[in-house]
Design a protein around this ligand. Structure first.
Ligand code: PSU
Ligand code: MN
Length: 297
């Protein structure tokens, strides 16, 4: 598989220094301009400040790019023809030399093959609400890709209890970063238990190491609660989300459009508070991911 590394990332990998992968769908489709570009640049800075090398991943001209130039970051943040790709799209993207943003599924796929052990994001995809049979391709990818994903649980727009069950059924290890409950993206609690609480990066490194020794293929999810002062109350969120879901239904929005649509509707309806929470948790997750990458050595 042809991967195009940036000079910075290739040097870090060759010297065995810690690297943290970052996804690009959140830049192209998850956050509005110009906050998306600011956040993408900030996430890389946070990873560096915490002793690791950031590797934002995307696809340009059908090439898997690990570590982006600043003009590529800008293209992701400003062009409206960047394709959001999941596993099903990988072969099309390569054959047709497309420019694409990678989801959790495809970022994990590329990061693993690039030799990167830790990946930070906001919230993973999961089982959608209702009876739509919409299950994010993030889930099966995490079941078959042995990497460590630092996130704030699954996005609140999803059916969290069913997503939690899915993770259990397919053997994805869910750790709670200094917490006992799986966080619910914009809120710190979900009522859903994690498999194990961890309080330090070295504990995560030891569990990932054991996973590898056992020959298990699953990801380890390190779920990190949103920083307290950005947390949004669950009941308030639910009413905003109900309105957004009704509107999505009315407008016939589904498939890969639904997640970006719901996130932007919630931001509008919360006076930008969900957006602020999303950015805060992304930055915090990038910091934790860097600490874990350093602990893995
Ligand atoms: N985290 C965020 N914002 C996002 C996403 C994650 O804070 O926009 C993206 C991720 O790329 C994830 C995708 O893989 O949403 C899930 O989309 P879907 O439900 O269509 O699989
Ligand atoms: Mn889907």
């Amino acid at each position: 598989m042809e991967i195009k590394f940036s000079p910075e990332v290739s040097e870090a990998i060759n010297e065995g220094r810690p690297v943290v992968a970052l996804e690009s769908t959140v830049i192209a489709h998850g956050l509005p301009h110009p906050r998306n570009l600011e956040t993408a640049v900030k996430l890389e800075a946070v990873v560096r400040e915490n002793g690791a090398t950031p590797a934002t991943i995307a696809v340009f001209g059908g090439q898997f790019c690990v570590g982006l130039r600043s003009d590529q970051m800008e293209q992701l943040a400003t062009r409206n023809d960047i394709r959001k790709i999941s596993r099903r799209d990988l072969a099309i993207a390569v054959a047709n030399r497309l420019d694409c943003a990678t989801t959790v599924a495809t970022t994990a796929f590329i990061a693993k093959r690039a030799g990167i052990k830790v990946f930070a994001t906001g919230g993973i995809g999961g089982v959608h609400r209702g009876f739509s049979a919409d299950i994010s391709a993030d889930l099966p990818e995490l079941a078959q890709t042995p990497i460590t994903v630092v996130c704030s649980g699954a996005k609140i727009v999803l059916d969290l209890p069913r997503t939690r069950e899915w993770l259990e059924t397919y053997g994805i290890t869910v750790l709670g970063w200094q917490c006992d409950e799986m966080p619910a993206f914009y809120s710190r609690t979900s009522g859903l238990a994690v498999d194990e609480r961890v309080d330090a990066a070295a504990e995560v490194a030891a569990i990932a190491d054991s996973r590898d020794r056992l020959g298990l293929t699953n990801s380890i999810l390190v779920s990190v609660p949103v920083p307290e002062r950005f947390e949004i109350d669950r009941s308030e969120l639910e009413s905003i989300l109900a309105e957004a879901l009704t509107l999505a239904d009315k407008q016939g929005i589904h498939g890969k459009e639904i997640t970006p649509f719901l996130l932007s509707q919630m931001s509008k309806r919360s006076g930008g508070r969900t957006l602020a929470a999303n950015i805060a948790l992304l930055e915090n997750n990038a910091r934790v991911a860097a600490e874990i990458a350093v602990a893995m050595g």
